[in-house]
Design a binder for this molecule. Structure first.
Ligand code: 13P
Ligand code: SF4
Length: 365
């Protein structure tokens, strides 16, 4: 007889220690039926249970190569969607807490992108002059839009390469939803700032004149990450004054001036690798999410490296933090009983088109 799923209420007040034990027991029971993928911004209490960790690009590849029946994602909604899109039909992608979204991804939606694309096609007089390029931090229907309109997806690792891919096909790019990643990547390719105006989807014609649109190479969607937006050039200046030999590394979702004044800019995986590979005794200022920085700081102590967070304000990704031991224990114990909770399933047609855009990216990276 089919019994119903175990309700989350039972776990809500469970202690962390109890949840840790239950997670380990359920993992053991599930064996090779389960793979847990964890993003670097996850809190340590769940991150330590990941079989594989990485940035968005690395985790997409793991998802596409996973053998296990259940792919449990310790991350945010768009990441679990990508896991569903890139995995086999008989695999199940799961997000332990459905409220773990990405506020930046929510800054673009299909209705606004479609309207923007229509408006742009009119000013530019002919179709197919713009490639839609979406950051992987976006909903599946936007990836599908890119798949359908000759566009592509990028991550923080490969954004300049995906821009090159786009320019080799069409003159212009509509880049969404993160203006900071788009601007930094375009700048690295040598595109002047005045050819990368901000496109405000809530204003007619993006708030731009016809000439600005015609002159643009990249139209930067008016979106940003609230966590990385907190970092300031001033933080870097103060650090350099106090530690002239110190090194600065930032994520490309940070404001342009922060990237410009950093010694290194790259994805979460790149940040971890660069600091880990650096010489003993070096001192670092790191501009990315707090959980990653705290974990890195702890790990580097044994090599006498100092890792300092870029802001005085706590910049934690509150939605990433929704995945806690309680939700993970609940998810895994249900799976161990053969019951699936919080499955992320992208509709078939949408998944096909989104897969097209993601596959273009994986092949071009
Ligand atoms: P990475 O792909 O560099 O891990 O970035 C994902 C993200 O959401 C950063 O805010
Ligand atoms: Fe989204 Fe920013 Fe959180 Fe990354 S850190 S998941 S971009 S809100």
């Amino acid at each position: 007889m089919q019994t119903s799923t175990i309700k989350f209420d039972r776990y809500q007040h469970s202690s962390e220690d109890e949840c840790q034990e239950r997670i380990l027991a359920a993992k053991e029971k599930l064996g090779s039926d389960l793979v847990i993928l964890g993003h670097h911004y996850q809190q340590e209490s769940v991150y330590k249970h990941a079989d594989f960790t990485g940035d968005s690009l690395k985790l997409s590849r793991y998802a596409s190569e996973a053998k296990a029946r259940y792919i449990v994602f310790l991350g945010v909604h768009f990441m679990a969607e990508v896991a569903d899109i890139l995995s086999r039909d008989d695999q199940i992608a799961i997000l332990p807490d459905l409220s773990a979204g990405c506020s930046m991804a929510d800054m673009a939606n299909l209705a606004k992108v479609e309207r923007s694309y229509r408006e742009l096609s009119k000013v530019l007089d002919f179709d197919n002059v713009i490639t839609p390029l979406t950051y992987i931090n976006s909903a599946a229907d936007l990836k599908a839009f890119c798949g359908e309109h000759g566009g592509i997806v990028c991550t923080s690792t490969n954004a300049p390469k995906m821009l090159e891919w786009s320019f080799s096909r069409r003159d212009k790019v509509l880049f969404f939803p993160d203006q900071n990643l788009g601007r930094w990547s375009g700048y690295k390719m040598g595109i002047p700032l005045d050819q990368m105006p901000v496109w405000d989807p809530d204003q007619p014609m993006g708030g731009l004149t016809e000439d600005q649109v015609k002159n643009a190479k990249i139209l930067l969607w008016k979106g940003h990450c609230a966590v990385h937006q907190m970092f300031r050039e001033q933080n870097i200046k103060q650090f350099r004054q106090a530690h002239p030999d110190g090194l600065v590394i930032s994520h490309p979702e940070s404001p342009f001036e922060v990237c410009l004044n950093s010694d290194y800019v790259g994805s979460t995986e790149y940040i971890l690798k660069t600091v880990s590979d650096a010489k003993k005794g070096t001192r670092w200022l790191v501009g990315t999410e707090l959980n990653l920085v705290n974990r890195l700081a702890e790990k580097m102590k044994s090599e006498d490296k100092t890792v300092q967070f870029m802001s005085h304000v706590i910049c934690e990704c509150s939605t990433m933090a929704r995945i806690d031991p309680q939700h993970l224990a609940w998810t895994l114990e249900n799976l161990a009983e053969g019951k699936v909770v919080n499955q992320i399933k992208v509709p078939i047609k949408e998944a096909e088109l989104a897969r097209l855009a993601l596959t273009r990216m994986l092949e071009a990276s």
